[in-house]
Write a protein that binds this ligand. Structure first.
Ligand SMILES: NC(=O)c1ccc[n+]([C@@H]2O[C@H](COP(=O)([O-])OP(=O)(O)OC[C@H]3O[C@@H](n4cnc5c(N)ncnc54)[C@H](OP(=O)(O)O)[C@@H]3O)[C@@H](O)[C@H]2O)c1
Length: 270
């Protein structure tokens, strides 16, 4: 493909595990050079070494804690200092805050907003002008199926952040499509990764049937294809697409009641 022959570079946040690591693999396999970032640099270095040897790509590692307000600015400065231009951006870093809104600390909620909303928006804002100027850009913003269905207890700001990402991406896609920049919001459901270990809810979500789960590789593959094709919304996995469709067709009150009942079994809300 002509896109890949030019040796484009993709910057992927949250690349030290799960879906972000799968995206690094996918973009490298599709011919992109990479800048991968997260806090766990040892993980990134191991992944970078493998991708360099397996796909003969250039892979830069930049350690960053995106909960810090100045992290996106510093990251972009480091990218520029290394003489790199970013053609694709995958805003994948994120986590959940288990339990009720009242029982969590404000610091953790603030970090959630900073990592999943502020950092993702700021990185997009900083890297977009270059993409517009070069008439090529691919931006994938990690949302969630949680953005498309009624929000159960225990999902407060998380679902709200993801809904914001969907709306942001949808509008931005319309703003920049004529400049050759594609923007996609990605809405996976339950995905095998370290997400539920970080939130400490592994034992609870383990109760969900296997068909509810998808692999991180599938999310990365469908997300990559969607952004390349210029589709503004991507819901990976057949079951997730069915859930999203039903949530548009089933009356809202019934949907809220179903959500309330089912979420009790697997979501920590106290
Ligand atoms: N797994 C699911 O069921 C699911 C479903 C829908 C959406 N998602 C979304 O998918 C995205 C990736 O999650 P995942 O499932 O792949 O979980 P994961 O395996 O826990 O990966 C999360 C990634 O985010 C990074 N991260 C977290 N806090 C960070 C911070 N303060 N600064 C920089 N990087 C940070 C982590 O890196 P370090 O810890 O090394 O910093 C890690 O690379 C998230 O946005 C999540 O909301 C997940």
């Amino acid at each position: 493909m002509a896109d890949q022959v030019k040796r484009r570079t993709g910057l992927i946040t949250g690349a030290s595990s799960g879906i972000g690591a799968a995206f690094a693999e996918r973009f490298a396999a599709e011919g992109f050079d990479l800048v991968i970032t997260a806090r766990r640099i040892d993980r990134l270095e191991t992944l970078a070494a493998r991708l360099r040897s397996q796909y003969s790509r250039t892979v830069d590692v930049i350690g960053a804690d995106l909960a810090l307000v100045d992290a996106p600015e510093r990251m972009c400065a480091e990218v520029a200092r290394r003489g790199l231009t970013i053609d694709a951006l995958v805003n994948c870093a994120g986590f959940g805050v288990p339990g009720s809104f009242a029982s969590s600390t404000w610091v953790r909620q603030q970090e959630l907003l900073q990592v999943t909303v502020m950092a993702a928006s700021e990185l997009t804002h900083r890297l977009l002008p270059g993409m517009i100027e070069r008439r090529y850009g691919r931006i994938l913003n990690m949302a969630s199926l949680a953005a498309l269905v009624p929000a159960p207890a225990g999902h407060t700001l998380y679902a709200a952040c993801k809904a914001l990402i969907v709306k942001f991406s949808e509008a931005l896609a319309n703003e920049v499509r004529s400049y050759g920049v594609h923007v996609t919001a990605l809405c996976p459901g339950f995905t095998r990764s370290e997400f539920h270990d970080v939130t400490g809810t592994r034992a609870l979500v383990q109760k969900l049937p296997g068909w509810f789960w998808i692999e991180a590789d599938l999310v990365a593959r469908e997300g990559f294809d969607a952004v390349m094709a210029g589709r503004p919304l991507c819901i990976p996995g057949r079951v997730n697409r069915l859930i999203a469709t039903l949530s548009r067709l089933v009356p809202q009150r019934l949907l809220v009641a179903i959500g309330r009942l089912t979420a009790r079994g697997y979501r920590k809300s106290d």
